[in-house]
Design a protein around this ligand. Sequence first.
Ligand SMILES: [Zn+2]
Length: 259
Amino acid sequence: MKALAAAGLLAITLVSVEDEIAIGRQANAQVRKQVPEMRDDQTIAYVRAIGQRLVRQAPGPKYPYSFSAADYREINAFALPGGPIWIHRGVLHSATTESQVAGVLAHEIAHIAQRHAADQLTNATLTNLGLSLLGSVLGNSGGAGAAQIAAGFLANGVFLKFSRDDEREADRVGLDILRRAGWDGRGMVELFEILRRESARDPGSVEVFFSSHPSPQDRIARLQADVKRRPGGTRDSRQFQQIKARLLRMPAPRAMPRT
Ligand SMILES: [Zn+2]
């Protein structure tokens, strides 16, 4: 079974879209309890507006995408199965244009649209938890089984560990989503450049990101040629600069607790 799962042969059939959504809902409820969620209406409305504009261009199942912001200074974002996406306030502070923020969200949307979580769930379930647990999820969609699986995986940080291939695909599909939604693809590359600079200046602020993603160097190299070939699209907005100025006036974001 392990070999089949590793080959991706079981990924699509073992975890349905409905299962993914149910597990993601449970996981999101857990995240809400653990993470300081930003409540500033203007910031949240802004992040959601960008997210929804990108979602309209996403391939794949019609997942119930949602967007939340964590009041953390570290530059990071993450996607839970079936729709929930979180962005750290640190991304909004570090970005210099709207297209960079949109690039981060587009990458996370691509993870969900390409069903990377379903692959991870299938592999991890078969490897670590045994088939009985998976059976309980499948036989009990949205019920106690989903809650159990979500809690178990979240505790192990499994949702944050996509494969290198998944990351490459999320960059590629994310760039496509970003462009189709009308933003300049350079935003995505520029954010990796910011990450690279920050890692030299303040390694702690990007550590979480690097623990779950390939180095920006590799990603910049891969995306740059493609981005140069097809320039154009929105780079920035007055709204982004207003939100950024607003955030800078607020108390500074917190540092993530060390685990
Ligand atoms: Zn990723």
